[in-house]
Design a protein around this ligand. Structure first.
Ligand code: ATR
Length: 291
């Protein structure tokens, strides 16, 4: 017998994705007739994919969107959540019975939930951030929209103009006055920062350098690297060796997934199911590394 409801993730490449393990564990625990699949799609296949969601026999009820489609898929949405409208990037889509698509961004809220769990303060704090891509966009938006905002967020990106453009764009829809682009890593003032966030892909490869000078780290600093594989990047290892507190982005991945699941199924996940999802995520990461 075929599965009633399908969920999944669109993007390219997807072989690294840990999301199936997390979501399928939840479906199983809740005894839901549903499965989470990988839907690797080329850009030229997007049109047909979105057209198929409108057909009567469509069984896909929701999906995640990952790199490189978080912005291009906006045009297919019938509705955007208020936060997604502000970020202009989505990672979660719900498909209603009549085929209507609603886009959400759970990356920003997922990041914030993880910070809250770790009791990492952002109010009136000095934050330094590396990167100006899609992940930076979601994180910066959620921080700018907090009622009690950070004091400053200095942003360094390899391409300075892109950081300027990101700030300008977010500023069209929110108060982005705490954001400032800097032209060099040294101007990030990590020495004076309370929180350093890495959203770049630097650190994914073993040979990648640490973008921050060793002497900049200090014991009053939290370092958050969105990368979770490797589990400890050079940035985190070096920061830790200098007394900073460090954390990787597995928690952000987890919470964006929890929030996405809740949008799709309207089920409020309890602590037991969340624990199971977390364990499945960690196990899946281990398996990928052993393979
Ligand atoms: P994501 O959605 O994960 O944020 P992205 O939008 O492709 O992915 O963004 C990748 C980020 O990593 C960008 O900030 C990119 O810098 P540029 O905008 O200058 O390209 C950054 N990045 C990737 N490779 C890098 C490298 N070798 N050195 C510095 N930054 C790098």
């Amino acid at each position: 017998m075929s599965i009633k409801n399908l969920y999944g993730i669109i993007g390219q490449p997807l072989s690294h994705s840990l999301s199936p393990a997390m979501h399928n564990a939840a479906f199983k625990a809740l005894q839901m007739d549903a499965e989470y699949h990988l839907f690797p799609l080329k850009e030229s296949e997007l049109e047909a994919f979105f057209a198929s969601l409108k057909k009567k026999d469509n069984r896909i009820r929701g999906f995640n969107v990952t790199v490189p489609y978080k912005e291009v898929v906006l045009k297919y949405m019938d509705l955007l959540s208020p936060f997604a409208q502000k970020v202009k990037a989505i990672n979660t889509v719900t498909v209603a019975a009549d085929g209507r698509l609603e886009g959400f961004n759970t990356d920003g809220p997922g990041f914030l939930t993880h910070l809250t769990e770790l009791k990492i303060k952002t109010q009136h704090q000095r934050i330094s951030l590396l990167g100006a891509g899609g992940t930076a966009r979601s994180i910066l938006a959620v921080l700018c929209l907090l009622p009690e905002r950070p004091e400053t967020i200095l942003i360094y990106n390899r391409h300075y103009e892109k950081a300027l453009e990101l700030i300008r764009d977010l500023g069209l829809r929110m108060d982005a006055s705490c954001l400032e682009a800097v032209k060099s890593v040294d101007s990030l003032n990590v020495e004076l920062a309370d929180l350093l966030i890495n959203t770049t892909s630097v650190g994914l490869k073993a040979e990648d350098p640490c973008l921050i000078k060793e002497e900049s780290f200090h014991s009053n600093l939290w370092v958050y690297d969105v990368i979770y594989n490797p589990f400890e990047t050079k940035l985190l290892a070096l920061a830790k060796s200098k007394g900073a507190r460090t954390v990787n982005g597995l928690g952000m991945l987890f919470y964006q997934g929890v929030l996405a699941f809740q949008h799709w199924t309207k089920v409020q996940l309890d602590i037991d199911v969340k624990t199971l999802m977390w364990e499945s995520l960690a196990e899946s990461l281990e398996k990928k590394n052993d393979a």
